[in-house]
Design a protein around this ligand. Structure first.
Ligand code: ADP
Ligand code: MG
Ligand code: MG
Length: 904
């Protein structure tokens, strides 16, 4: 049968470590590719081979190992046996192997490694003899095999093994596993075998090849484990990649005090500082070092324990760094004084470490600045800009959850949204604590400083909504026993009740009892100009400065800000804004100006209306003067009034009640009644789709004209003071060129009249935020000197989602289901909304070459979206002041990447 299948079994499903390299991650998975790379660098890696992801894909497609795989395993196993001079299952001198999963991306939920595969009742004696009569070691290895194999391959509940181990220690009167001797461990093997057969209905398999095959298939199957499936959906990892399987000759860290196992980083993954970071545990195997079974020692102490291995390890670490040109993390084992490398990969790191390490590597001549830019990202920079807890505090860390939305929040514990709202109204700062949140909690979430839940992950309702609001959130803190009815939390034997103060860190997930002092981030102080990179003691500031400077030098995309006041404009300018991309004018109709707006709306005669507008004009002009001054020399895009006018009037119910009450008292209610009937008249079922934007300008005579006049007069006033104002007047919500033409004709008359010989230049353009505008951009460009994509409305109208309602109502469910990986209001939906932008950009520029293009939605500060805007060829992005540095960095990265890919 084998012979007849040979013809179809030509695919190569297995690679020896000597055959692979680090660039074959698709085929060999990350772990396998890096084991091959280290092997070929001549580092001491135990021999082994990798079964490819293609074999896994074939297995998953048919439910059975593909033809030829079994034979190939036999072939590579024989070669491994020859190399090691041992045979699998040899009772006198058995070869043992580990079986390790390893996909292209490291993923939670994949199968855990099984060590010591190949041991059985007979060879356990041979193993002891080969280890110089070390019975303890052999039985320890055997009990570990049954435990790992049982738990991961056969789904025997792990606690039962743990329990039996604890029992054995208790019987011995110890808590240290090293006190168990060979006899104890032999007894434990018997106990483990009973547990195994109780749950599986069969004996623990004695045939080594059967152990191996079952484990390999279990690794394949784990690709479709629930947790792995969920994770892939959320991270948008394709479902068909499959995992590779690594079969590696065992080396033993549990042979005695001259053996051990450890993990190390080539630099500090928390701060980026150079040095030796790692943990070592003598006489231990595998995960023991991270599982906390005994106290590990800092890696430096290995120098005293085993200087030769230590020196060799340091040499290898610096070689790996040079080779990978980055921070590496490493797993190693020492077997009787001989060092073995078991894994390496480019290590994960904090945001601060990412910047510091990138700058260090430039200094060391290992990478250039373009590459340094590639090594950091805007999300990390944003994280570094949040206020943080002061490092030197004494508050107790009581638990740790998942850092779901960054920031540092302090407040009194409350358990209901209603209580949060109530206390917040009294000026208290509160932390809303729930098991999990639901849409009913929304008002409480808005009122709270931060949100803390004991259940749910990064895509739970609490996490999604908090991120949307930019509110600090720690979720899934399952050490907290939250009892909402009794208003208390039990945590590690302590009780926290309503009103107690807690501090939560949305970056690390840390939860402290009491008030932890908060301080502004150094990075923000640097952007604010309070801290020069030379005087900063924190190497982070110097690193950020260096990388930002490079990004600025490189980028093509300009970065503007959304700012409505002089103060915001000034701050954004300090943060590097190169103009204002969106100056909203709504606030210019609020406060003590409401009365004028009421007059405008209630005006019966032309004269009344003109009087109201004339009163608004100087107030708005003064607002614009302030903004133009701050932005001296830089362009300022002003959006004419956009929201439905009734938003400026009192709510209908409130008015109706007032009128009724006043009538009761016999007061004169003529004015209130007029207002009430105006509000009734203007009431709309769907105000977001109603009388707003350009429609207001076309319906309310003189409104846009007043705003245009205020803008241009302000610009002229600045010019007289020797400043340069560059107003760009933006008409919102245009869907047809005729709308824009009408507004423009009126505006141009005013501009011509006001500008005179002042030298002020004014542009007139439009927002592209209605899908029809995007699709008729060629026509609209005939009348527009610039486009600015209003991606909030474009997303809202493109998807038909109401932005104000959906995030709390159902987005969490959409995220859970993977309908989108991230809210389309957070990161641009490239396929849909992005396509509208692409069409509008192309057709707009075809109709009017050189048409200025920008974007002013929230997406302007979103890292991923910035790359898309660069790629479609926009001139600038505009975002909130705080996001300006993020956009600058990402614009630089986008440029570095597009240049890099051109030359490739
Ligand atoms: P993970 O991906 O969870 O880190 P690994 O496959 O790296 O899983 O293995 C788990 C542990 O077992 C690690 O500590 C690793 O170093 C150790 N290990 C894996 N293979 C061997 C081997 N052949 N000999 C000794 N220890 C091993
Ligand atoms: Mg692990
Ligand atoms: Mg590992």
């Amino acid at each position: 049968m084998v012979a007849t299948r040979k013809a179809t079994a030509e695919s190569k499903y297995i690679y020896d470590f000597a055959e692979g390299n680090k660039d074959l991650r698709d085929l060999l998975g990350g772990k396998g590719a890096n084991l091959a790379e280290m092997t070929n660098l001549g580092l001491p890696v135990p021999p082994g081979f990798t079964i490819t992801t293609e074999a896994c894909q074939a297995y998953l497609a048919t439910g059975a190992a593909p033809d030829g795989l079994a034979d190939q395993i036999t072939g590579y196993l024989t070669a491994l046996e020859d190399k090691m001079g041992k045979r699998l299952g040899d009772p006198a001198d058995p070869l043992l192997v580990s079986v390790r999963s390893g996909a292209k991306f490291s993923m939670p939920g994949m199968m855990e490694t099984v060590l010591n595969v190949g041991l059985n009742d007979a060879s356990v004696t041979g193993l002891a003899a080969q280890a110089g009569g070390n019975d303890r070691f052999a039985w320890d290895s055997y009990r570990r095999l049954i435990q790992m194999f049982g738990k991961t391959v056969c789904e025997v509940p792990g606690e039962e093994f743990e329990h039996a181990l604890d029992e054995a220690k208790r019987a011995k009167g110890t808590t240290n596993d090293l006190d168990l001797d060979a006899d104890d461990l032999r007894g434990l093997v018997d106990a483990y075998k009973k547990i195994f057969s109780k749950h599986t209905g069969r004996e623990f398999p004695q045939e080594p090849r059967e152990q191996l095959d079952l484990t390999v298939n279990a690794v394949f199957d784990s690709w479709n484990a629930d947790r792995a499936v969920l994770y892939r959906r959320q991270e948008r990892i394709p479902t068909d990649l499959g995992t590779a399987v690594n079969v590696v000759a065992m080396v033993f860290g549990n042979l005695g005090p001259d053996s051990g196992t450890g993990v190390a980083f080539t630099r500090d993954p928390a701060s980026g500082a150079q040095g030796i970071y790692g943990d070592y545990l003598a006489n231990a195997q595998g995960e023991d070092v991270v599982a906390g079974i005994r106290n590990t020692v800092p890696l430096q102490q290995l120098e005293e324990l085993d200087k030769r291995s230590y020196d060799e390890l340091l040499g290898i670490m610096s070689r790996l760094e040079e080779h990978y040109r980055d921070l590496c993390d490493i797993e190693f084992t020492i077997e009787r004084g001989k060092l073995w490398m078991l894994q390496t990969r480019v290590g994960k790191r904090t945001a601060a470490a990412a910047f510091v390490i990138a700058a260090q590597l430039v200094d060391e001549g290992i990478i250039d600045l373009d590459e340094a830019l590639h090594r950091v990202n805007g999300a990390q920079l944003a994280q570094l800009m949040f206020p943080r807890f002061d490092g030197d505090h004494t508050q107790e860390l009581v638990a740790r959850g998942i850092g779901a939305s960054p920031g540092a929040a302090v407040g009194k514990v409350v358990f209901t949204g209603a209580r949060a709202v109530e206390l917040a109204a009294q000026g208290e700062q509160v932390i809303l604590v729930r098991r999990e949140t639901n849409p009913d909690d929304l008002p409480g979430m808005i009122a709270a400083q931060g949100i803390l839940t004991s259940r749910g992950g990064k895509t739970s309702h609490a996490a999604v909504v908090a991120r949307g609001m930019g509110k600090t959130c720690v979720c899934g803190a399952d050490d907290l026993d939250v009892n909402v009815r009794e208003k208390r939390i039990l945590v590690r034997g302590q009780t926290v009740t309503e009103g107690d103060v807690v501090s939560i860190d949305g970056t690390t997930g840390n939860i402290y009892l009491g008030e932890v002092p908060v301080c502004p981030s150094e990075v923000v102080r640097y952007f604010e100009g309070e801290l020069s990179p030379q005087e900063a003691t924190d190497p982070l500031v110097a690193a950020v400065h260096r990388i930002m400077t490079h990004a600025d030098g490189l980028r093509r995309l300009r970065v503007r800000t959304n700012a409505d006041t002089g103060a915001d404009a000034a701050r954004a300018r300090r943060f590097g804004a190169e103009g204002i991309g969106l100056c909203r004018t709504e606030h210019m109709f609020l406060g003590d100006r409401r009365e004028l707006v009421e007059k405008l709306i209630l005006a019966r005669t032309e004269a009344d209306r003109s009087a109201a507008l004339a009163a608004l004009l100087p107030l708005q002009r003064a607002d614009f003067v302030e903004i133009f001054r701050e932005m001296d020399g830089l362009p300022v895009t002003v959006r004419l009034i956009d929201p439905p006018l009734h938003e400026f009037l009192p709510p209908l119910e409130e008015l109706a009640v007032n009128v009724a009450v006043a009538q009761e008292r016999g007061e004169d209610v003529a004015k209130e009644e007029a207002l009430l009937s105006a509000v009734r008249r203007m009431h709309e079922q769907n105000p977001m789709l109603g009388l707003r934007g350009v429609r207001l300008g076309l319906v309310i005579p003189g409104l846009f004209a007043m705003q245009v006049r205020a803008i241009v007069e302000a610009a002229v006033e600045c010019a007289r003071d020797g400043r340069v104002a560059k107003p760009e007047i933006m008409v919102p919500l245009v869907g047809a060129v005729q709308e824009l033409e009408t507004v423009r004709a009126e505006a141009e008359k005013i501009i011509a009249e006001v500008v005179g010989d002042s030298g002020v230049e004014v542009l007139i353009g439009t927002m592209i935020e209605v899908p029809r505008a995007a699709l008729t951009a060629g026509q609209i460009a005939e009348a527009a000197q610039f486009f600015s994509f209003g991606t909030n409305d474009l997303t809202q109208m493109g998807w038909g989602f109401s932005r104000d309602d959906v995030e709390g109502a159902f987005f969490w469910r959409y995220l859970e289901l993977g309908i989108f990986g991230i809210s389309p209001f957070e990161s641009i939906d490239v396929d849909g909304v992005g396509r509208l932008i692409r069409i509008a950009a192309q057709e707009g520029r075809a109709a009017r070459p050189g048409l200025k293009l920008g974007i002013c939605g929230e997406h302007g500060g979103d890292p991923e979206s910035v790359h898309f805007f660069h790629e479609v060829g926009l001139d600038y992005v505009s975002c909130s002041p705080f996001r300006v540095p993020v956009a600058r960095l990402e614009a630089g990265r986008a440029m570095a990447e597009s240049v890099g890919s051109d030359s490739r």
